[in-house]
Write a protein that binds this ligand. Structure first.
Ligand code: DGL
Length: 266
């Protein structure tokens, strides 16, 4: 038993797609969430810089008492997961392996699309993870950085979101994919719009679902399950706390009350 919180972070509100899955599970009711909105976007930054942010944030959250860290960001998982695991002693989990496993299991025709940030697509991390499971699967990636801004703004302009989805996803549809990984944690907030564009024959994969099962498994395995039944959530942002509270509450579907501001030393 361990009543300390688990820590999640993302460049912004995207990781709340993982948090909203997490709150359904009783043994992970207490979490810390950090939105590094002051440094968003991650998806167009050099991988070494995102890896350094990843390490800095997990250390910060560990000092706040976290027993486990979840990189609720595909870009930071691709850039920083291995380094974080090498440098830190607490368990660290990313979202790419769980997403890859879900996609490999879901596909019927063996053609999987990855919609993600430019950094995640060019890292090739999904392709490697999927081919480790089944080398015969075809993986096609396509960047869509515009989705990140649409979600950070609270998806107010639905028509613009639809046009963006058509532009970003048509190249993947042309490859004949039957499975599409929403390979940026912001994207599942556009699930309905994306589903409308890709049609019923393409299965959408939200890696948050597999990630949360993996969190549960690790907590059990390492005897880190909490016995507390009281939901407790602490939020941090390096951006504007009022904006995070408003957009975050809307997307998360639960009220975010208090947001602490983090100032990184440059
Ligand atoms: N939500 C992040 C991801 O999963 C990245 C968004 C950004 O570019 O900052 O990749």
């Amino acid at each position: 038993m361990d009543n300390r919180p688990i820590a999640l972070f993302d460049s912004g509100v995207g990781g709340l797609t993982v948090a909203r899955e997490l709150v359904r599970f009783p043994c992970t009711l207490y979490f810390l969430y950090l939105a590094d909105t002051g440094r968003l976007p991650y998806g167009t930054r050099p991988p070494a810089q995102v890896a350094a942010f990843t390490l800095q944030i997990i250390r910060f959250l560990e000092e706040k008492g976290a027993k486990m860290a979840v990189i609720a960001c595909n870009t930071a998982t691709a850039a920083g997961l291995e380094m974080a695991r090498r440098s830190l002693t607490l368990p660290v989990l990313g979202v790419i392996d769980p997403g890859a496993a879900m996609a490999a299991q879901a596909t019927r025709n063996g053609r999987i699309g990855i919609s993600a940030t430019p950094a995640t697509v060019s890292s090739g991390a999904y392709e490697r993870a999927i081919k480790r499971i089944n080398p015969d699967l075809e993986v096609h990636g396509e960047p869509c950085p515009e989705f990140v801004y649409l979600v950070e703004g609270g998806v107010k302009d639905v028509e613009l979101a639809k046009r963006t989805a058509q532009k970003c996803l048509s190249p993947l549809l042309e490859k004949g994919i039957d499975t599409l990984v929403l390979g940026c944690t912001h994207f599942p907030f556009l699930n309905e719009i994306i589903a409308g564009v890709v049609g019923e024959t393409v299965r959408l994969i939200d890696p948050a679902v597999g990630t949360v099962s993996e969190i549960e498994r690790i907590l059990q395995e390492k005897d880190l399950v909490s016995e507390s039944t009281v939901p407790q959530r602490t939020f941090f942002t390096s951006g504007d706390p009022a904006v995070f509270r408003q957009i975050g509450s809307l997307l998360f579907g639960h009220n975010i009350e208090k947001v602490e501001v983090v100032h990184w030393e440059s």
